[in-house]
Design a protein. Structure first.
Length: 296
């Protein structure tokens, strides 16, 4: 008799297509000869898929012997933090503690551990607080404080200054699609107070970050608010002495995609300053790409 052929069901076809897509993205991510924009595209696709295979592929890219690009290793650490996957904690901890690794990558590992936010991240962050690199040290301090803040909110025992309490009920709540390293201060905080904090280089970093994210969240209200926020951040970028703050300012300006002339001018100045920290220059370039103004 003639052999009967059975067509795969729709579910099987979809599963096979998904598996093939993941395989293709992993292949592109791991191909050091592929153009960087294609590898980043694959990275973000795998971050969204978040399968075990995708996570394993990202973890292999944190190995400097396999992945020579510090930019890619940094972005992989960022993605793992945004995914908040506990499976990444051992590898992130290892890279954070490697003093031979690029400071930008180690900083991002510390931030990723803070984003994951589990108690098993604490020991690695406590060790990093004493690190020789300022960007690593400051990031670990913020990540530790975020852990403490989250625990205090969960237990209902938040204490501290008015500014610290102002962010207690806003643990990551934001209209933007990101897991922030510090919760935004209350959006009801007056604009002048937020501006003063962001521009004050003597203020503690936790408060400055919280004020910056509150400004960003306020900017969601209108185009005018977006420009006003971008102007403040552009001023902070031009005047702050902290590479960590400036790199986060650049990141937020990329999120805002504002047409602010002041912000764009500050981003261009950072990008063109060869004495500026590479972490800041990289984020400035990325922000300019996100804003995508023809002048840049």
């Amino acid at each position: 008799p003639a052999r009967l052929t059975v067509s795969p069901t729709r579910d099987v076809r979809e599963r096979n297509a998904r598996e093939n897509m993941i395989t293709d993205r992993i292949s592109t991510l791991c191909d050091g000869a592929a153009p960087m924009h294609e590898r980043f595209n694959a990275l973000f696709a795998l971050r969204s898929l978040a399968t075990d295979d995708a996570i394993d592929a990202l973890l292999t890219r944190l190995d400097a012997e396999r992945e020579p690009s510090a930019l890619m290793r940094h972005e992989v650490a960022f993605a793992l933090g945004q995914m908040q996957t506990a499976r990444a904690i051992p590898r992130l901890t290892e890279v954070l503690g490697d003093e031979l690794e690029d400071g930008m990558v180690r900083h991002e590992c510390a931030e990723a551990l803070g984003a994951i936010g589990l108690e098993s991240c604490r020991d690695a962050l406590m060790r990093a607080v004493g690190d020789n690199k300022r960007e690593v040290r400051e990031t670990a301090e913020l990540a530790l404080k975020k852990l403490e803040h989250r625990n205090a909110v969960a237990s209902g025992s938040v204490v501290g200054s008015a500014k610290e309490r102002a962010s207690a009920s806003a643990d990551g709540a934001t209209p933007f699609l990101s897991v922030d390293p510090v919760p935004a201060m209350d959006s009801a905080t007056p604009m002048d107070e937020l501006r003063e904090l962001v521009l004050n280089d003597d203020a503690d970093m936790w408060s400055r970050y919280g004020a910056m994210f509150a400004l960003r969240n306020k900017s969601y209200a209108s185009a005018e608010a977006t420009t006003a926020c971008a102007d403040v951040l552009g001023a902070a970028l031009a005047n702050s002495a902290s590479a960590l703050l400036k790199h986060e300012v650049c990141y937020v300006l990329g999120q805002l995609q504002s047409s602010s002339d002041q912000a764009r001018a500050s981003l261009v100045a950072c990008l063109e300053d060869t004495n500026e920290h590479p972490m800041v220059r990289h984020e400035a370039a990325e922000a300019l790409g996100s804003i995508a103004d023809p002048s840049t």
